[in-house]
Design a protein. Structure first.
Length: 128
């Protein structure tokens, strides 16, 4: 479970089941790293297919296989993962769309979460 999700559950604003469902939705809506690599011209379509074919044979992440094959550098994989993370919908927005939180509850929770991070020095982004 993510940090903001744990915070919401601990505050009694949503159930663990709501957060888990929201995380499932977040994963479903995530843009594949291969698509992002194609958009940024880091990979060709044949390379993406080769990585995906190997992914079916081994239990490795797309980026790890691309590294092993020499198709991408660590810096490129990190860049693509950062883009992927930046494009995924925040868990707070998903919970709002699910009806698990009202706009006001979400706004108040984000404020409280930010304040709690400042007092503890945590670096996790809100709603991620």
């Amino acid at each position: 479970m993510n940090h903001f999700g744990v915070f919401l559950v601990q505050r009694g604003l949503v159930s663990t089941e709501h957060v888990l469902k929201a995380l499932d939705i977040q994963r479903e809506q995530q843009i594949p790293i291969g698509r992002i690599a194609l958009e940024h011209h880091f990979l060709r379509m044949d390379q993406v297919f080769e990585i995906l074919n190997r992914q079916g044979d081994v239990n490795l992440k797309f980026g790890d296989i691309a590294l092993d094959l020499g198709f991408l550098t660590r810096q490129q994989v990190d860049f693509l993962l950062a883009i992927q993370k930046g494009k995924r919908p925040p868990i707070g927005k998903i919970l709002l769309e699910m009806g698990a939180l009202s706009r006001q509850q979400l706004a108040d929770a984000l404020d409280a979460y930010e304040q709690s991070k400042c007092s503890t020095g945590s670096e996790s982004p809100p709603g991620s």
